[in-house]
Design a protein around this ligand. Sequence first.
Ligand SMILES: [Zn+2]
Length: 285
Amino acid sequence: MPLKLKYGTITWETPNCDVLQKNGWLCFDLHTHTNYSDGSATVNDVVKRARNGGFGVAITDHNEFRGSKEASLNKDVVIIPGMEFNSFEGPDMLFYFFKQQDLESFWSRVVNGNLRSDPHGRTNIHLRQMCELSRSFRCVVAVPHPFCVAWKNLPSFLERQKAMRLLEDIDAIEVLNAQQSRNANVAAIEWNKMLGKAIVGGSDSHTARELGSVVTCAKADSITSFLHAVQKKRTAVVGNPKWLNVMLGRLACLYNHRTHASVESLDLLIKHARHRLLGESLGKF
Ligand SMILES: [Zn+2]
């Protein structure tokens, strides 16, 4: 683990947030989901995992604020109020707020009323409006997984629409996302070299075990100073996405979503699969 991170660097290593914190870096997993949207982790799972890992969290459920609100009541882990907002066209945006009330006011003024049949799917808010909103509210906005699957791929959408100027209102690009392939993450890094935006990263976790696999670090001591550091491009990203985790995490999420069955039985299945495939101890899962 590099003790001397620099702003603007991306380190492909498993983060050790305790060590980073001792060296003055505050670490946040800026992209996580709970069972308030399409994740299987409860807010308690997230808080517990984050407390043990020594990092803060932004719970960014799709078009939702309740997970973030519930988590903000805990006393041990710093929670940045956040939301992954799904656009009408497909690509998403990550919104981060300085205060929980600001997130809730954003939800009631903008999101609620523009939800469609699936409240965690596409909304009636167009990308153009979404980018404009980023300047009407006190918040920080990032593009998650820019080179995600076709309908969520923002660069190709902007190219087709000749709308690159929409990015003027965006603060940051998620250059490392633990759900994305290495190629997709490298493409995001290269894209941002051209754009020159701030860098952020997150696990995009849908199960508790993926949490903290990618973190964004800044020399900060509060939510406000951390978000200001993002705005000033004074962040570093550390993470080590593992394809098997990604696959198994997705499976768990799909399973939970489709059947609403208890995810515990699948957890056990995954535990045994990892034991067989990776030689991991059954006890330490
Ligand atoms: Zn997400």
